[in-house]
Design a protein around this ligand. Sequence first.
Ligand code: GRF
Length: 223
Amino acid sequence: MPRSTPLPIVVLISGSGTNLQAIIDQIQGGQLNAEIKAVISNRPGVKGLQRAKAAGIPARVLDHSQYDSRESFDEALEQLIDSYQPELVILAGFMRILTAPLVEHYQCRMLNIHPSLLPDFRGLNTHQRALDAGRELHGVSVHFVTNELDSGPVVLQAVIEVNGDDTADTLAERIHQQEHIIYPMVIGWFADGRLSCNNNQAILDGQLITTPPKWINQQLRMD
Ligand code: GRF
């Protein structure tokens, strides 16, 4: 059921923010019924902050290097996020491991995008690891955030073929294009009340997601 007011979201970034830009563009184009209440970066001076300002969105810096522990940073982060009263928190290239209290506070209200076909290649350097493992297919996953890194329930994956001449850079570029399609799509599902999660399982249109839907060759496959 479409909502009458836009879904209030907060986006966390650490860098370039091309996913943030894709979300902004879809909101501005009327394809995504959401409103970005704030963009928060743990690093000052990153391009994603400029993107937020250019779109008239409050751009906040919470510099983790100014905090003496992960716990104290996450407490400040939680307070800052909550001051904007989001219904959904979007991690879009936010390069921090979150503490358990923060993750639990946003249980089923926080999404992440990870550049691999989870559960393969959690953590960093996913493109090179996919190449080293000789994978013919690679991709990117949107998932709810849980306490274990890159392990929460997957909602949607985009899949691409790995070519013989691919490098980590060419894969990253093609994966990025897919990210910009599937992340706004999933946020839209949440905004439209189609997506939720419960007991560490994602639910789409009233069905538990056991095999995540796939975005392949510009088509959504639900089987
Ligand atoms: C993306 O590759 C995403 O999968 C990962 O961080 C990167 C963010 O890119 N979690 P950008 O800052 O949105 O361009």
